[in-house]
Design a protein. Structure first.
Length: 438
């Protein structure tokens, strides 16, 4: 009963926002008094119930009010539902030959506004509602200890789920199946399915994103098979990704050029030498290219580093693990700011325009690192390296070289355009809030 009440509360909350936002946009459109715009007939929008029904139906179709997703997954489903609603409404108006009676500018303003503000609104509302323990779903995690720890930390930290990890009287069970034999898993499922409706099985294969897979039932033998595809190796997806990124880079060029002038001045003022630093990196299909970055170090400073390593041998061991130094004496004051904010990688937009790199992708590795990549090298070099990537928004300096490589492989095997958008948004957070890039 509590579950149905909570779901109904979220549905009601979204309905109120969708309705109120509609009338806000009506007033905004009515206030436009430009001779170049068509006359806005406000009377045509006096009975918008059809709009609301279609929008809420598509949101229900995406199961947003029946399953608890994290913020990014729910936002993706919300945007998909709004896009589908827009297409359906536009089709109805055109097929009914009444499209001329409705303002297409209004419809675009309404749906673009919903796409931007509805996810934000949902985040604020959930933050408020889940402060009460009554609305939280009690979950119990059984099985593999490692996966149990990971899930417990995620559910505790990520309040958007509205989960509360408990030992007794759970509403939902998560079965962590890693290194657990089939007999034990079946015992868990049989035991808890007698009294608990919602049971989630966490697969032991963590390198595959099964949410993008296709489940196929083989009815005659009472089994299910999973179809797995590597989306980033499809030609059509590669073209979509490149076009999407090229458009973003071209749009950002004026801002980049202005920022380039400021950064170049600061670099020149802080130390003598060139503004750009160029280095050979590994590209797609094991090709090499010249990677551009802003110079963050003093030039010809190897003697400074050698003396520092002699005085601090622990740095040598640190570099073997992370391929970075905790403190590099060669880095200038301006260079430290550029590195901390990741702005030192901004000139790689040139590499993107030259089709040598992507905005989002695996890390651009140096040729001397190829041996250390081991079995991962073939997969990593199947895609263009990126200015940013999953490794950069996952606490990059807290990750070992092996962890970074594994993240790159996971990204390539499970790529989606939405994943690129999420990483791009998180990268902007890293740059402007200086979080995750130490």
């Amino acid at each position: 009963m509590k579950k149905q009440f909570t779901n109904a509360l979220f549905l009601l909350s979204d309905t109120i926002f969708i309705v109120l936002f509609y009338y806000v946009i009506v007033k905004m459109r009515s206030s436009f008094d430009f001779s170049l715009l068509p006359i806005f007939n406000e009377e045509s929008f006096e009975n918008p119930s059809m709009f609301f029904i279609i929008i809420l139906t598509t949101l229900l179709y995406e199961k947003i009010y029946f399953v608890r997703f994290d913020f990014w997954e729910e936002t993706k489903l919300t945007l998909r539902a709004l896009f589908l609603s827009f297409v359906i409404i536009l089709s109805i108006l055109m097929l009914g030959k009444i499209a001329q009676e409705y303002s297409r500018l209004f419809l675009m303003m309404y749906f673009l506004g919903l796409s931007l503000f509805l996810p934000v609104y949902k985040r604020v509302i959930k933050k408020l509602i889940f402060k009460s323990r009554f609305f939280r779903k009690k979950v119990k995690i059984v099985g593999n200890e490692e996966q149990t720890d990971i899930l417990t930390k995620e559910f505790t930290k990520n309040w958007y789920f509205g989960f509360e990890v408990v030992i007794d009287k759970p509403d939902t069970i998560f079965v962590a199946s890693k290194d657990i034999d089939v007999t034990t898993i079946n015992r868990y499922l049989k035991k808890y399915s007698l009294s608990i409706k919602d049971i989630y099985l966490l697969p032991y294969m963590t390198n595959i994103n099964f949410s993008q897979s296709q489940m196929v039932e083989l009815f005659n033998i009472r089994t299910t098979v999973i179809k797995i595809e590597n989306n980033l190796l499809k030609k059509e997806n590669i073209y979509i990704k490149e076009i999407f990124e090229k458009i973003l880079v071209i749009m950002a060029l004026p801002f980049f050029l202005l920022l380039h002038v400021v950064i170049s001045f600061l670099i020149k003022k802080s130390s003598s030498g060139s503004v750009l630093f160029k280095q050979i990196r590994l590209g797609k299909q094991n090709t090499s290219f010249m990677c551009y970055k802003y110079r963050t170090m003093l030039e010809n400073s190897d003697e400074i580093l050698n003396q520092y390593l002699k005085d601090n041998p622990v740095e040598v061991e640190y570099y073997k693990t992370y391929h970075k130094y905790k403190f590099d004496p060669r880095v200038t004051k301006v260079g430290r700011i550029l590195r901390k904010s990741s702005l030192d990688e901004l000139p790689q937009l040139i590499n993107v325009l030259k089709s040598e790199m992507s905005l989002i992708g695996p890390r651009p590795y140096m040729p001397i690192e190829s041996e250390k990549l081991g079995d991962n090298i073939d997969m990593i070099l199947r895609a263009k390296p990126g200015i940013s990537g999953l490794w950069q928004v996952s606490g990059r300096n807290n990750l070992s070289f092996k962890d970074r490589a594994n993240l790159d492989v996971w990204y390539i095997q499970n790529w989606s355009l939405w994943m690129d958008i999420v990483i791009l948004i998180k990268t902007l957070k890293v740059v402007f809030l200086k979080t995750g890039a130490k």
